[in-house]
Design a protein around this ligand. Structure first.
Ligand SMILES: Nc1ncnc2c1ncn2[C@@H]1O[C@H](COP(=O)(O)OP(=O)(O)OP(=O)(O)O)[C@@H](O)[C@H]1O
Length: 291
């Protein structure tokens, strides 16, 4: 299902959460949605899930507006950071409600995942730990089989071992039942290997939307003697640099550059992780460098 946001704006009172966000997301893939705290990620995802209307701009999913639209919301499962399951419900009740909502719900899968995450069907929501409550949200996301499945930092309280289980299950689910997964996360290093596309929201606007493989080709970390690095990066878009007694490292992003040319003049060349790139691209002093 095609998601299309055009100059999307959302304000809460005087707080501008989304400035003017435009993006097209399409096809079965796992998309990493990244952004600093307060960048507008959750606001965009909640608009997508139809929780409220945009203040301005257009948002369509499969050509329809998601707000108050069951035809769209049945196809979107939004798993939030903090789940608001009814406290008096038991795990099985929460799953039953979800099963009624999502037409492609896979009950057998949900039951299997309850065991994987060591939950008990009879357990009351009130007695779930933070991690267990996150696990329940994750189970709903995976078993929903919703064509657009959104995980907005869904792992609060989930330990490293269960987070790793979640990433494996996500990949398995994607392979068995391809669909659009949007994963918003701050634990970029942990999950970036899953991303096929990366979207960065910065200060309420789209900063970058790239294939993960292209991101790797669009930047270069060069290091070597001060003057050689300087001469190589001259006229290039430098997003980060460090100096250490006659030695220099610089990361260039976008534009034209030739890695072999850097190596030919004796520079060491490397590629950064998505997390490193994200950090440098969204640092205040470099945000003008991305077009
Ligand atoms: N209900 C609300 N009322 C007022 N302001 C809000 C509300 N929700 C979000 N905001 C503000 O909107 C901006 C964007 O918030 P949002 O939650 O979308 O960011 P985010 O990228 O998801 O951040 P984080 O990574 O910290 O979760 C922030 O400045 C936030 O304070």
């Amino acid at each position: 299902m095609k998601i299309e946001a055009k100059e999307l704006r959302k304000v809460y009172g005087k707080e501008v959460a989304l400035q003017s966000f435009s993006s097209k997301l399409e096809g079965d893939k796992i998309i990493g949605l990244l952004g600093k705290n307060g960048a507008g990620k959750t606001t965009f995802l909640r608009l997508l899930a139809g929780h409220f209307q945009p203040s301005k701009g257009d948002l369509t999913v499969g050509g329809e507006k998601p707000f108050n639209n069951r035809n769209v919301s049945k196809d979107i499962c939004f798993v939030a950071e903090a789940n608001n399951f009814k406290e008096k419900f038991r795990v099985r009740d929460v799953l039953k409600v979800a099963s009624k909502y999502y037409p492609n719900w896979d009950h057998a899968r949900a039951m299997e995942l309850v065991k994987v995450f060591k939950l008990k069907e009879r357990q009351k929501v009130k007695g779930l730990s933070k991690g267990m409550s996150s696990a329940l949200g994750i189970i709903i996301g995976l078993a929903s089989r919703a064509p657009i499945t959104i995980f907005d930092e869904p792992y609060i309280g989930l330990d490293a071992s269960f987070r790793s289980t979640f990433y494996d299950l996500l990949l398995e689910e994607y392979e068995l039942h391809p669909r659009t997964f949007i994963l918003s996360t701050h634990l970029i290093d942990e999950v970036s290997k899953l991303f096929e596309e990366v979207v960065i929201i910065h200060e309420g606007e789209l900063m970058l939307h790239e294939k993960a493989t292209d991101l790797s080709e669009q930047h270069l970390l060069v290091s070597g003697k001060d003057e050689q690095v300087e001469s190589f990066v001259k006229d290039k878009n430098v997003i980060h640099q460090t100096n250490l007694i006659g030695q220099k490292s610089a990361i260039i992003y976008g534009g034209e550059f030739d890695e072999q040319e850097a190596q030919a003049i004796g520079l060491k060349t490397e590629h950064c992780s998505i997390q490193e790139l994200f950090v440098h691209l969204t640092k205040e002093e470099v945000t003008n460098h991305v077009s």
